[in-house]
Design a protein around this ligand. Structure first.
Ligand SMILES: [Zn+2]
Length: 260
């Protein structure tokens, strides 16, 4: 599969996932025409489709589809055996089978609540499926599975949903703004009552220092320290004399003076 094709499938399926709640494993509802095309193109449906969607799939059909194919006869026995490989999903027509196209149409009625991907080669069924918002349509183009671009109905409804959600969000935002305003209002009221302060003077940091007058000069730090020192009683300084000098001196003092 080409990279551009891969990207396209991913883009389309992410659209259905984000807007219509599709999730893996995707449910593919297959009719007889698709099985016939698969037989003619020798397409291994299970293998090819899971490669194409790059994810797990649930391949489904209905009893009405199988019964209609059986009625056609042995000419489509090959296609019928392909169809019988898939799980038979309850369609609600067990007692009174209807045309396969009508059966699949009923399965996607009311905006495809069970999130089926419709796999068919029938142009009229594809048209019906396109008209149901949130219904991916798959067909075989020669041998390649091809997912149709999300239909106008799908994109329009998704757009409307997004718009309404944005509108809701807008309302929520407006309400939040109002609440914030009220909150701020109540806070400012309290501040008015309790916390309001008036400026007492100019900001001292933004003012120049006052110039000192020469006449009334304050005593400098040096003068202050000297005056403090003067008040204190003077201490005697002790002079340390080395031990050997002291001994020498004592010896000299003890020696009686000789008179010449
Ligand atoms: Zn049915």
């Amino acid at each position: 599969m080409k990279i551009t094709q891969k990207r396209k499938v991913n883009r389309y399926m992410s659209f259905f996932r984000n807007n219509y709640g599709f999730h893996v494993p995707y449910q593919v509802l297959i009719d007889g025409t698709f099985c016939l095309a698969a037989l003619e193109g020798q397409v291994r449906v299970g293998e090819q489709l899971s490669k194409y969607f790059q994810s797990e799939l649930k391949l489904l059909t209905t009893q009405c589809v199988i019964l209609e194919m059986e009625k056609i006869g042995p000419s489509i026995n090959g296609a019928l055996s392909i169809c019988k490989q898939f799980a038979v999903h309850k369609c609600g027509h067990e007692k009174k089978p209807v045309l396969a196209s009508k059966c699949l149409e009923s399965m996607i009625a009311d905006n495809n609540p069970n999130r089926y991907i419709i796999a068919t080669q029938d142009p009229s069924l594809r048209e019906v499926a396109r008209a149901v918002p949130g219904t991916p349509v798959l067909y075989l183009h020669i041998r390649s599975p091809t997912l149709e671009k999300p239909s106008q109905q799908s994109t329009e409804l998704a757009g409307a949903t997004i718009k309404s959600s944005i509108h809701d969000q807008g309302c929520t935002m407006e309400r939040l703004r109002q609440l914030k305003k009220q909150e701020l209002g109540s806070q400012t009221g309290e501040e008015k009552r309790f916390k309001r302060r008036k400026a007492k003077g100019p900001n001292p940091l933004s003012c120049k220092k006052k110039k000192k007058k020469i006449g009334t000069r304050e005593p400098s730090q040096k003068a202050l320290t000297s005056s403090v020192q003067a008040q204190r009683p003077k201490r005697r300084k002790r002079v340390k004399i080395a031990e050997h000098i002291r001994q020498e001196l004592a010896a000299r003092l003890n020696v009686p003076r000789t008179t010449d």
